[in-house]
Design a protein around this ligand. Structure first.
Ligand code: GUN
Ligand code: ZN
Length: 443
């Protein structure tokens, strides 16, 4: 580990508080000429460049990014790495899409070499899109988890991932049992949780592919290892919700199925949550559980329109992050996810302004994951996971941003017109990991 210093210079945006809950002006720090001093993977000082420079060693390497905005690295709170190879699968809604495409593709991850290849591609795709942390589903195969964490370990990315638990309603080649799921997950927790920057997530796919016995085992395992995470799907699609009523007639709601298995609480992540009611939202709030809002997926599969402003209601806010949900989602770019989140909110009559949107993809995601003391903002003491967004990435972006009057407008334009082309650089624990050294020299 080097103790040399790097000083990044450019416009910087970072959040202190949640702009859904507090007046916007109290929530963010913006410096049109900002500086971020990095040493040993951490942010040492951040603020106005002139001030930060005074704290820097004389030999600090200064890297200047004009016409750019530097933000905390994006956080994707819901994504399936094995589905990278099946993004853009035509024509089905959730349950048929799972059968026709997903469960076929995921069987290939019995092959460790295949898993290695896709995991490596996937992680580089995240970094190309400025995503430095994600909550990731692997497949039922333990080797798919090893492949993912090994690749993440090489890049030193802070990742959360786990083996999918499924003991019914899927092809036999994708099924474990309650006991095998427990044993394999436990071994993986002991191998990977807290190993470098890797975190384990207990991952029952959803109540449709786990028996009650398996959900109970997942809850027991979580209590045994309370610092791990838990992720699953909830109320994504109306046919799915009706099916849950048939499978669990004795439960009050879809969420109640998970509640009875002790799967609510800090570090639990529920993807989608489209067809849920006030009781569910209140329970998610009171238990400190989080929602992963996945706009491109919800539109692609025709699942429905998540009520973001309902979830974030000030009297009982639920923690919400943004998710790509690749391969049902259609873009790795959080800018594109926020673009669609804006439109979904508009269809409800709400206005998702750019500051709230950017919060969701950075500090809001970190808050949803209970990691906001380490990642999600540009502050002294935080891990130096950062994205540099190029305001001149396309002719239209350059032309349009030249007419922007303030940071609010700049960020909104980025969300509406931006995508992976805007990623000028991505830093992981202080190291520039995108573009790769060779690519950078070629430019
Ligand atoms: N519900 C259960 N499994 C999945 C999945 O792989 N993707 C999505 N979008 N929903 C699910
Ligand atoms: Zn999903």
């Amino acid at each position: 580990m080097t103790s040399s210093q790097t000083l990044l210079r450019g416009s910087t945006i970072s959040f202190r508080k949640d702009p859904f809950l507090y007046p916007a002006a109290e929530c963010f720090d913006y410096h049109s000429d900002g500086g971020i001093l990095i040493q040993a993977g951490k942010i040492i000082v951040a603020g106005a460049f002139a001030q930060v420079q005074q704290s820097a060693h004389a030999d600090a390497q200064i890297i200047h990014y004009p016409n750019s905005i530097i933000s905390a690295g994006f956080i994707d709170t819901h994504v399936h790495y094995p589905q990278t190879q099946m993004v853009a699968a035509f024509g089905e809604q959730l349950l048929q899409w799972l059968e026709k495409y997903t469960f076929i593709t995921e069987q290939q991850f019995a092959d460790k070499a295949h898993a290695d290849r896709i995991a490596d591609f996937f992680l580089h795709e995240l970094l190309r899109n400025g995503v430095t942390t994600a909550a990731v589903y692997c497949t039922v195969h333990p080797q798919s988890v090893d492949a993912f964490f090994e690749a993440s370990q090489r890049l030193n990315t802070l990742m959360i991932a786990g083996k999918v638990l499924m003991d019914r309603n899927a092809p036999a080649a994708l099924l474990d049992t309650a006991q095998r799921g427990y044993d394999e997950s436990k071994t993986l927790i002991e191998r990977w949780h807290g190993n470098g920057r890797q975190h384990y997530c207990i991952t029952p796919r959803f109540a449709g592919t786990s028996t009650e016995a398996q959900l109970d085992v997942a809850g027991n395992l979580w209590r045994e290892f309370p610092s791990t995470f838990m992720q699953t799907h909830l109320s994504e699609n109306k046919d799915e919700v009706n099916w849950m009523r048939e499978l669990y007639p004795h439960r009050d709601s879809y969420l109640d199925i998970y509640a009875h298995a002790n799967l609510l609480g800090s570090r639990s992540l529920y993807a989608h949550c489209i067809h849920i009611d006030e009781n569910d939202l209140s329970q998610l709030h009171h238990t400190g559980s989080a929602i992963a809002h996945c706009p491109t997926s919800n539109l692609f599969l025709g699942s429905g329109l998540f009520k973001l402003f309902d979830a974030k209601r000030i009297e009982r806010p639920v923690r919400v992050g943004i998710g790509s949900d690749i391969g049902a989602g259609t873009s790795f770019s959080p800018l594109q996810s926020l673009n669609e989140a804006y439109k979904i909110a508009r269809l409800h009559g709400d206005k998702l302004d750019a500051l709230r949107a950017f919060y969701l993809a950075t500090r809001g995601g970190a808050h949803a994951l209970y990691l906001d003391d380490r990642i999600g903002s540009i502050e002294a003491g935080m891990d130096a996971d950062l994205v540099v967004l190029d305001l001149h990435a396309t002719p239209l972006l350059k032309m349009r941003t030249d007419y922007a009057r303030d940071i609010n407008e700049l960020l909104f334009i980025l969300i509406m017109l931006g995508d992976d082309r805007c990623t000028r650089a991505t830093y992981v624990a202080g190291e520039c990991v995108f573009p790769a050294q060779q690519d950078a020299k070629d430019k």
